[in-house]
Write a protein that binds this ligand. Structure first.
Ligand code: MF3
Ligand code: CO
Ligand code: CO
Length: 248
């Protein structure tokens, strides 16, 4: 069941999503070579608590930390730890989800650490472009398949591949609500978008093949070919006009 949010709920979504976005801006200003992903976690955790919110990942289905930190070949759900030290040339995705006034805001970005290989910078740029273009097609009357097709066409057009095992999702009182927002698909198919829907789009785009592998920790997802993967995520609101990006 896809929930249509009321005006009151939308206002609460705006607040939590703004905090999630602000958390990413804050951590971006702190990132530096030599820092551990554990430190990234601690800084984000404290920032979210200081703003009277809760980091949604902590204890979510047993996830042990407050944000996901996914380095290089890690596609998603990387677990912050003391051993992963940021080094020159890395790409690091930080995925922040806040709970404020019982509503969730979910956003992530892939950051460049120091001097990154131009081929990998391009992967990151195109992944961001996939998200931005798919938001432009997210208008009332369009269908979920239009979003997936848009992302797949851009990514595959550059010779990249789209991860299929993980997707965007409705969001609100619950972290993951209906619908599932696939990042590949066919135009004109799937559920019709209606004003008041709130969901994420969060394409994971691989430099190499699309296949992934789950590590023994039960969370970390990496590319099977160990080539890098990039991701960007926004929470959006469907309106009568252009979608509103809530996590700006
Ligand atoms: N924030 C992720 C998403 O975009 C989900 C993380 S679940 C966790 O949907 F448990 F790993 F935190
Ligand atoms: Co999400
Ligand atoms: Co997320």
């Amino acid at each position: 069941m896809i929930k249509i949010k009321s005006e009151r709920e939308i206002e609460l979504m705006r607040q939590t999503c703004k905090l999630a976005a602000d958390t990413l801006k804050y951590i971006e200003s702190k990132l530096e070579i030599g820092m551990s992903t554990e430190e990234v976690n601690t800084l984000c955790h404290n920032f979210i608590l200081e703003h009277n919110a809760i980091p949604a990942p902590l204890n979510y289905h047993g996830f042990p930390k407050s944000v996901c930190t996914s380095l290089n070949e890690v596609i998603c759900h990387g677990i912050p730890n003391e051993k992963d030290i940021l080094k020159d040339g890395d790409i690091l995705n930080i995925d922040v989800t806040t709970i404020l006034n019982n509503y969730h805001g979910d956003t992530n970005k892939t950051f460049l650490i120091g001097n990154v290989d131009p081929e990998i910078i391009k992967l990151v740029d195109i992944t961001k472009h996939c998200l931005e273009e798919s938001i432009k097609v997210s208008k009332a009357g369009a269908r979920l398949g239009d979003i997936g097709a848009c992302i797949q066409e851009i990514a595959e057009g550059h010779g990249y591949s789209v991860v299929r095992e993980y997707c965007g999702h409705g969001i609100g009182r619950d972290f993951h609500e209906d619908p599932q927002v696939l990042h590949y698909g066919k135009k004109g198919t799937g559920v019709e978008l209606k004003p008041g829907m709130t969901f994420t789009i969060e394409p994971m785009i691989n430099l190499g093949k699309r296949h992934c592998k789950l590590l023994n920790d039960g969370w970390t997802v990496i590319t099977e070919d160990k080539k890098p993967s990039a991701q960007f995520e926004h929470t959006i609101l469907i309106t009568e006009g252009d979608a509103e990006i809530l996590t700006l």
